[in-house]
Design a protein around this ligand. Structure first.
Ligand SMILES: [Ca+2]
Ligand SMILES: [Ca+2]
Ligand SMILES: [Ca+2]
Length: 290
């Protein structure tokens, strides 16, 4: 039987609309959430584990550079419920964790910067897997997974970056001093974006560690850096209590304001939410991306 063309067109339209509806982000109408008084303690970094579909929160618990053995990593559901406050707990005998900051997932490993050590934990069980001391490091801050499988970490005290190769070798990456306080990292294919303070800017390094782009920022205290699939960059600023968005033209525009001490942000690509640890308020905000 032939379907009359007008009916066929209507069917096609209905199919397209249904497909669009199915593809619409789950974030439609999403209010996100704000978490306070939930036990988070100096939260520095948030990462979405898209496989487990949970938010991992790194809690320094105290001073950022103190080896006090009490750091912990929490699991928070996308509904805003704390599933396991001390999922990885430095206070446990079997776990060393002092002041966890930036995190990155590589396969089944969750890598965490912890003052002068890169630690790996099992992303499913939370069990300790590895601890790699970074020579001379004082203030490891953010971690990113490079395209070649290396783990890159910013050293905010020394002003440069380190690279942990898949074979376990640790070496410098990029200029010895990229800025006075390199902080957030975001891998971009084979390249890497770095948020740097004083002067406040975003710097792009190629796979060899050479600077290939510099974007001045209008506010300082840059911390977390996220790269979206479409190339958009998001970066938090302590000085402005804000998160900026930079589209392909790389002009910084205010995205969220009135976020006190926004540290190392994450992104939930499934719900298109920006995840903001509120460092001094011991809080967490999950904000739908407008
Ligand atoms: Ca601590
Ligand atoms: Ca980070
Ligand atoms: Ca940071």
């Amino acid at each position: 039987m032939m379907i009359p063309s007008r009916t066929a067109a209507a069917l096609l339209l209905a199919l397209v609309l249904a497909t669009l509806a199915a593809a619409a982000p789950a974030a439609a109408g999403d209010a996100g959430f704000r978490l306070a008084d939930a036990g988070l303690y100096t939260p520095e970094s948030v990462l979405h584990d898209p496989v487990a579909d949970v938010y991992l929160v790194a809690n320094i618990a105290g001073h950022p550079l103190q080896k006090d053995g009490n750091g912990f990593i929490s699991r928070v559901s996308p509904a805003g419920a704390v599933l396991a406050l001390r999922w990885i707990d430095g206070a446990a005998d079997s776990v060393d964790l002092n002041a966890p900051k930036g995190m990155a997932i590589a396969g089944d490993s969750l890598w965490v910067a912890d003052i002068d050590v890169l630690r790996a934990f099992h992303r499913v069980t939370g069990a300790p897997l590895a601890a790699v001391a970074v020579p001379d490091a004082v203030f490891l801050n953010d971690v990113a997974l490079a395209a070649d499988g290396a783990i890159v970490v910013s050293d905010s005290h020394a002003g440069g970056l380190w690279r942990l190769a898949p074979d376990g070798a640790v070496s410098r990456f990029g200029p010895e001093k990229i800025g006075s306080f390199p902080n957030g990292l975001a891998a971009a294919g084979a390249a890497l974006w770095v948020a740097v303070a004083k002067p406040d800017r975003l710097i792009k390094l190629d796979a060899a560690g050479k600077i290939v782009a510099t974007v001045p920022m209008p506010a300082g205290g840059l911390d977390g850096l996220v790269l979206l699939e479409d190339g958009t960059l998001l970066v938090s600023s302590w000085d402005k209590s804000a998160v900026y968005r930079l589209g392909p033209e790389r002009r910084p525009a205010l995205l969220f304001e009135e976020l006190a001490s926004p540290a190392d942000i994450g992104f939930d690509a499934k719900r298109r939410r920006v995840l903001v640890p509120l460092f001094r308020e011991n809080g967490l905000a999950a904000l739908p991306l407008p």
